[in-house]
Design a protein around this ligand. Sequence first.
Ligand SMILES: *Cc1c(COP(=O)(O)O)cnc(C)c1O
Length: 379
Amino acid sequence: MKSRIWLSSPHMGGNELKYIHEAFDTNWIAPLGPNVIGFENDLMQFLNTTKKIGALASGTAAIHLALILAGVTAGDEVICQSMTFSASANPILYQGATPVFIDSEIETWNMCPKHLEAAIEDRVANGKKPKAIIPVHLYGMPAKIDEIVAIANKYEIAVIEDAAESLGSTYKGKNCGTFGKYAALSFNGNKIITTSGGGAIVCNDEVAKKKAIFLATQARDDAPHYQHSEIGYNYRMSNIVAGIGRGQMEVLDKHIELRRGMQAFYKNIFKDVVGVTVFEEPNDDYFSNHWLSCITVDEKTAGFSREDLRLALWEDNIESRPLWKPMHLQPIFKKAPYYGGDVGENLFKNGLCLPSGSNLKTKDKGRIFNSIKSFINDN
Ligand SMILES: *Cc1c(COP(=O)(O)O)cnc(C)c1O
């Protein structure tokens, strides 16, 4: 049996161990320390921003802390993109708040500004203004973030950008993760760079970052003994993990180039295949890191379904996956309000994520190419 080709697997650059050794040599194993500070500075520099960044244990933790900083408490409503990974929405429930889900638009597959505004109007008419809006830059594709931020400003609602999949993506030259009042980054194992597990919160200023780090380190009041006036969390990134992050920052630009190369690879494979569309930027305002390369299959014109292709790849031990299943269709969220139509639902039905790792070898790409080509020839 040929070895498995994964959708997206960790890709180390080489210097990660150097930073970890430095931490060991100075016995800086406990949280905080030079790697955490260094990693945060690297991220600020990369995002080309004066915003303040706090390294955390996960992207999910970053979204949770952002909700707390935005003042979300029990009984509140928070607007969230429906077409996303569940980690965008779960922290809303951690706060005892209710998610209100919004459908995607077809160009970027992200939060539809029209449905967003309609939802806000309707919630306000019902007597409750949402406390925050969580748009996502799915698969690295920037959302229509200008329009979303303009609507949020009009109604004075905080935007929490879920930039977990979009490190290195830009909209009109500005980095994803720098548009919202807060943003969440992720360095989970499958992301464009990884610390094996980790995340970061992006805040507007030092005061907000300080508060986030305070909450992330058990909310200890300023006292010689252990004194607490607020609920704390253990969400800080460790100095060891941050060492991996520093090594990964050295290869981030390379990873973006390679991921974008995978998308070009699939565009070439499918260029003459009727009924298959490779997901791409709608125009030059958008620059996607193409974290995952995705296609949609129109079964009627293609003569095969997304599922037919997925199973054919699986036969060759090549992993591919349906797109995210929208949150409003998930059992856990079935009671949540939803605004929109069937854009996300159809993407889920017809869409497929293809192997996109920056570590795929020429040999792997050859296998993928042959597997897809022979499937298409047989169909
Ligand atoms: C990965 C991911 C997260 C969560 O990040 P973790 O670091 O795994 O907690 C949140 N939102 C989206 C869209 C993601 O893809």
